[in-house]
Design a protein around this ligand. Structure first.
Ligand code: SF4
Length: 318
């Protein structure tokens, strides 16, 4: 049986305040047909993946996403504090400085490896908030994970505000595998991404697809391709208790029927169509950039796989 201190119950505790009855928007006239047409165009253009769960990609999957898709990935929440205040941010408010490993709050970075080992996790995403507000904490986490007998892959998610050259070099020297930038947090400024490319072999960008930003997102795809960035991850703009007022103020409505047993968030009604348009654009216009859609359907499957794995090997509470 799942106990108080595993990650599902942590999410569930958050869910207790997250799951309000959010009214959903039905598809607008013609949207279902447009989605079908886009999927057909994507199929003809050679997009890969699974259309049923909307797990689609143009060239190849980022290496860090493979263990995650198998339910063997986890999120290591370095802090809830951030240098930005994005309208789409789904982090808990008021923001709190807490370190949470696979849903388990801990005091010290050195407690992370035991949790990663206990759950057989093979891929760790250091995220937040903005993890680089606490660089020493991040470096201690990387050192502790790297010292494991069978270290997991480590990716860092950042908005780039604190990613100067010296910080990037320290992260690389500590053993970080890859760095992912949310450039939507910085109005699509790619300066830290270009800098990271001179230091890391693997650099990625990850952004929510806000339908009104589709022209900027297309321009960003072309710029990333020119820079030689290998991976762009996109996801639907989603809505949850923490962002619903601000997303609604920007015109976003939850998709009707988008509720999930496993996720605390729901996709907005128009974002998937924009995601498919962006995938098609990248498939046709980019030479080397791989674009991967990690949709809410994908995230639901990841969550289910993680749940089944934990059910097979329930947490033993000491
Ligand atoms: S940069 Fe990320 S964590 Fe910070 S406010 Fe924006 S979405 Fe939230």
């Amino acid at each position: 049986m799942l106990k108080e201190s595993d990650d599902l119950s942590w999410y569930a505790r958050k869910a207790a305040r997250a799951c309000g009855p959010v009214p959903g928007a039905e598809p607008e006239p013609g949207q279902v047909e447009r989605l079908q047409a886009l999927l057909e165009l994507l199929r003809k253009a050679g997009v890969k993946g699974d259309a049923k769960s909307m797990t689609l990609f143009t060239r190849r999957l980022p290496p860090g996403c493979k263990p995650c898709l198998a339910g063997q990935g986890t999120n290591l929440y370095v802090t809830g504090l951030c240098t930005r205040d994005c309208f789409f941010c789904f982090n808990q408010k008021p923001r709190k400085d807490e370190l949470v490993v696979h849903g388990i709050p801990v005091k010290d970075p050195e407690e992370a490896p035991a949790i990663v080992e206990r759950f057989g996790l093979r891929s760790v995403g250091l995220s937040g908030g903005e993890p680089l507000m606490f660089p020493e904490r991040v470096l201690r986490l990387i050192a502790a994970l790297r010292a494991m007998g069978k270290p997991p892959r480590i990716d860092l998610y950042t908005n780039g505000d604190r990613a100067d050259e010296s910080m990037l070099r320290r992260l690389k020297d500590a053993g970080l595998d890859s760095i992912r930038f949310d450039v939507a947090a910085r109005d699509f400024d790619l300066t830290p991404v270009a800098l990271a490319l001179t230091i890391f072999d693997e650099v990625a960008v990850e952004v929510p697809v806000v339908p009104e930003q589709l022209p900027q997102l297309k321009t960003m795809c072309l710029e990333l391709d020119l820079l030689g960035v290998p991976f762009l991850n996109i996801h639907e703009l989603f809505i949850c208790a923490e962002n619903e007022i601000r997303v609604a103020a920007e015109g976003g409505r939850a998709k009707a029927g988008g509720e999930s047993k496993h996720l605390l968030w729901r996709p907005t009604a128009k974002s998937l169509e924009s995601c498919l348009e962006l995938l098609l654009f990248a498939q046709e216009k980019c030479r080397t950039l791989s674009v991967y859609l990690c949709s809410c359907g994908t995230q639901e499957n990841i969550s289910k796989r993680g749940y089944l794995r934990r059910k097979r090997a329930p947490l033993v509470v000491e």
